[in-house]
Design a protein. Structure first.
Length: 407
């Protein structure tokens, strides 16, 4: 059994890392690490002083195939943020050009008898029938702990979406939610032609997940607000309204209005001409611009921070976007009978990401609830856990994991 209780990272101000609790103490404040971030930091500590390639990190930390370099970079970037490292060059996890990453901080390991901690991870899904019967009570407790955590997270988000503003003292007030982020309410994108409906859906979903990749912003679906909450936005809140029209034979013009209902002088307009060929670059630029205009204090964006994932294939994103829309519409087996083979094809060709895993988990859960096929429940749990580990902030990942656990 690992006897390390915690590590102390020697910086200007000490950082204490509790690997078994997925927790950091930075400047006296406690910060939660996602399980993947915690495993990554422990891996760097155990390989202190060694230059590690992205492939080594992917193999040893993710322990599965088909992990892109881009995903590894994103998680390293988010871990640096948790370690409060905003220096250039970085002090904690250093980038060694064309070689990889180096963690060479002095670390003091404290060895004490570790506390008894109840694991909430889904382990040994394919355990024997005997083990399942013997551990049924413990397993149920673990599942309910995770399900309760998902429910609490979603409840806080929905409560924040309804009670949207907190007035600060003095003349300056700003929309914030309970999660400490600025809420942005996204309207459906208006069209000149219904022929462009699917493209508009693709843009909308990309903007939503792009904004939610920010530590300072939280995107909400305007259409899912109650009438009372919509009425409250007339005087408070930030809304994002969009229009899409053809610019020429192959190009489109996207116009976005950032509407600050508390201060009309802060309204901003963004226009972007793009084609499907440069969709991801164009939409990434738009997301970065929205972030910079709404919350300019968060200016330390990485090049990859605007990306929903490592997706760079528009046909893939069109399928994923359709799945996202069907998910929020409550699409059942009929819708996903058509989508699942397309999503599985993306996955089998090595272009998977947390949204693909989450949508396939949802599809498997729906299948299980209708057929009672235990194999589909196992698939739903495995994919739901994978999506949650890749992006615990993703609402679909949270909901699909909760559904798989409940099923």
């Amino acid at each position: 059994m690992d006897s390390i209780k915690y590590y102390v990272l020697q910086l200007a101000s000490q950082i204490v890392f509790y690997p078994s609790k997925n927790k950091l103490e930075v400047d006296g404040s406690e910060l939660h690490l996602e399980p993947l971030q915690s495993r990554l930091l422990k891996y760097f500590i155990e390989n202190q002083g060694q230059v590690l390639t992205t492939q080594q990190i992917a193999d040893d930390v993710w322990q599965r195939n088909q992990v892109s370099d881009n995903l590894v970079r994103q998680v390293i970037s988010s871990l640096r943020g948790q370690l409060k490292d905003k220096t250039r060059p970085y002090r904690t996890i250093k980038t060694i050009p064309k070689k990889g990453y180096l963690f060479d901080l002095e670390v003091i390991a404290h060895t004490e008898k570790p506390p008894q901690i109840v694991s909430i991870e889904i382990d040994n899904i394919e355990a024997s029938e005997h083990s399942q019967k013997c551990g049924r009570k413990s397993s149920k407790n673990k599942l309910w702990v995770m399900l309760a955590g998902c429910a609490i997270l979603l409840g806080v988000a929905l409560w924040s979406a309804t009670y949207i503003t907190v007035e600060r003292s003095g003349s300056d007030s700003k929309d914030v939610n309970l999660l400490g982020t600025v809420p942005v309410y996204i309207h459906d994108i208006r069209l000149d032609s219904m022929q462009d409906y699917q493209l508009a859906e693709s843009i909308y979903n990309y903007l939503f997940y792009g904004l939610n990749s920010s530590r300072a912003l939280t995107g909400y679906h305007f259409s899912q607000l109650s009438e009372q909450s919509k009425a409250a936005l007339k005087h408070n809140g930030i809304e994002l309204k969009g229009w899409l029209k053809k610019n020429d034979e192959s190009g489109f013009l996207l116009t976005l209005m950032i509407q600050n209902n508390q201060s009309s002088s802060k309204n901003q307009r963004i226009e972007k001409i793009f084609s499907k060929a440069d969709f991801f670059t164009a939409m990434g630029d738009v997301v970065l611009e929205i972030k910079a205009l709404v919350e300019p204090k968060e200016g330390d964006y990485e090049v990859t921070s605007h990306r929903v994932s490592a997706i760079n294939n528009y046909d893939d994103w069109e399928v994923i976007s359709d799945g996202i829309s069907q998910f929020y519409l409550g699409g059942g087996s009929d819708a996903f009978d058509k989508l699942s083979p397309l999503l599985e094809n993306i996955q089998s060709q090595g272009r998977s990401n947390y949204l693909v895993s989450a949508l396939l988990s949802y599809s498997a859960s729906v299948d299980y609830l209708q057929s009672g096929n235990e194999q589909m429940r196992t698939v739903a749990l495995q994919l739901g856990q994978k999506a949650f580990e890749l992006n615990p902030r993703c609402d679909i990942a949270n909901l699909t994991l909760g559904l798989a656990l409940f099923a």
